[in-house]
Design a protein around this ligand. Structure first.
Ligand SMILES: *Cc1c(COP(=O)(O)O)cnc(C)c1O
Length: 483
């Protein structure tokens, strides 16, 4: 069911979902993507529950669904055990799709919960030890740790950019005391963290050490197709939700606006559109790190003179947006994708032609917001008693009422970014996470989820500060100590 985005170097490329989960890197450092894009018949899916829709999508993609049962069971811990997402109507044309009803209160749970369940089942089934290496800009780490904590045969290392996350995000990682987890604070930014892990994965000595100690390696970053597959489902479900509630008719197309960073969420919507779901445009919302905006508007992906900026929507602070590669593959083929990705590695830039750009723009439009605009948007909605996080604000700010029914993808609960929201509301900027959390909770009568509230009374027992040069050694030392 899968194919390599940069062509094949001679290795066996006839693999299924579970092999791609365990070996996410394809030939020439490429990725795995869908070999055939099946067309969905809306009549077949329009009445399906969330879990049945997931089973249906696995089936038409030809993905082995034998491990899916446990995976779907993971959604039982979400606010509504039958449907892991929720909707709020903002006006007749505008709907908020809330993807943060899981245990860490950000959309990463949507894919990470079922995906890690599959990993754990695979590890048990094969009686092997799996090591997961994850670079996180703030939400993937907590979601990974939460999904695998205290599971047998599976170990996770999460590396986050020191100072690059919110307090709540950091605490969600550093207070995790499960023996099978290790949290590293890297002196560097998110792109550095991604590179360190990518280099480690191709380091011969490190691989030998893992082999000798019987560890198989995997990654839970959104380049792993095992995550992407779960991120297709909710976009399709949103469409059927609008249909079922007679908000759209069967001839109507919708827009989806997505706060984007590594482009995993948007990629799920891209596949949904290719499968025939009536999506007019996927609108990519970015912050001041507007590399995706520039690319979609001009066809130039150029990071030569760009520094990664710290913004108030840190999960989108990315310049190398890995999943764009899969879009390039589907639109322009593997040879062109390999050429463009090699240009990016060598020159830190690539450019597509006018006609290639026109093709891209059939699917995508883009919008960017800086921190001030984000704050103003949070304030504007708070005046209507709608409390949104800064990532969601970038998407809301991208909305123009043009009569097209629009889904705003809301990627995090307000509680993960309370100081930013307090600042938007004019509270003293010295406000810390905890004070801001309680202030907003009481002012707007919003409950604080117990997983968030309990963080502040826990010890930060799992936090090792590292430089990129010693990451390999620290990981080896930890693995020796636990095996
Ligand atoms: C990860 C994340 C994003 C970015 O999603 P991508 O799939 O990487 O584009 C946006 N908002 C929040 C809150 C996130 O955690």
């Amino acid at each position: 069911m899968l194919i390599e985005t940069r062509g094949n170097d001679g290795r066996d490329a006839n693999i299924g979902l579970y092999e791609a989960i365990l070996k996410p890197v394809a030939s020439f450092n490429g990725l795995w993507s869908l070999k055939n894009i099946p067309q969905i018949s809306i009549d077949d899916i329009k009445d399906l529950s969330y879990n049945d829709l997931t089973k249906y999508i696995f089936k038409i993609l030809g993905a082995d669904s034998s491990l899916l049962c446990d995976a779907l069971f993971s959604y039982k811990t979400f606010d509504n055990p039958n449907t892991p997402l929720d909707f709020t109507k903002l006006d007749d044309n505008l709907f908020l799709q809330k993807l943060y009803t899981g245990p860490t209160r950000a959309f990463k749970d949507m894919a990470m919960q079922p995906f890690c369940r599959i990993l754990c089942d695979l590890a048990k089934k094969e009686d092997k030890k799996y090591l997961i290496l994850t670079a996180t800009s703030g939400d993937t780490g907590p979601a990974t740790l939460e999904a695998i904590k205290n599971q047998p045969n599976i170990y996770a290392i999460c590396m986050y950019p020191k100072g690059g996350t919110s307090d709540v995000q950091r605490l969600q990682m550093t207070t995790n005391n499960a023996k099978n987890t290790k949290v590293l604070a890297l002196n560097g930014d998110f792109d550095d963290a991604q590179s360190v892990l990518k280099n480690l994965l191709s380091d011969v000595d490190f691989r030998e050490f893992l082999d000798k100690n019987n560890f198989c390696i995997s990654a839970t970053n959104s380049v792993n197709f095992g995550r992407i597959i779960f991120q297709i489902i909710y976009h399709i479900y949103s469409y059927t939700y609008l249909l079922k509630h007679n908000i759209i008719n069967s001839a109507e197309s919708i827009n989806i606006i997505i706060p984007s960073g590594n482009f995993g969420n948007a990629l799920g919507a891209f596949y949904a559109k290719m499968m025939g779901i009536k999506i007019n445009k996927i609108i990519i919302a970015t912050n001041a790190n507007s590399i995706l905006f520039d690319f979609i508007k001009t066809g130039k992906y150029d990071i030569r003179n760009r520094r990664l900026l710290k913004t108030n929507s840190p999960a989108m602070d990315i310049l190398k947006s890995s999943n764009m590669e899969r879009v390039l593959f589907h639109l322009y083929g593997y040879e062109r994708t390999k050429e463009l990705m090699e240009n990016l590695d060598r020159d830190k830039s690539y450019e597509i032609s006018k006609s290639e750009l026109a093709k891209l723009n059939l699917y995508f439009d883009a919008h960017k917001s800086d921190d001030n605009i984000t704050l103003a948007t949070i304030k504007e909605y708070a005046q209507k008693d709608i409390i949104i996080d800064p990532h969601t604000a970038t998407a809301l700010n991208a909305y123009k009422n043009d009569g097209i029914k629009t889904i705003i993808v809301s990627t995090a609960e307000w509680s993960k970014f309370a100081p930013t929201i307090a600042k938007a509301l004019g509270l003293d900027s010295a406000c810390n996470d905890k004070d801001a959390l309680y202030y907003i909770s009481s002012k707007f009568s919003l409950p604080i989820h117990k997983n968030i509230e309990s963080l502040f009374s826990k010890d930060e027992c799992n936090n090792t500060i590292v430089d990129s040069s010693n990451v390999g050694n620290i990981i080896k030392e930890w693995l020796r100590s636990i095996s």
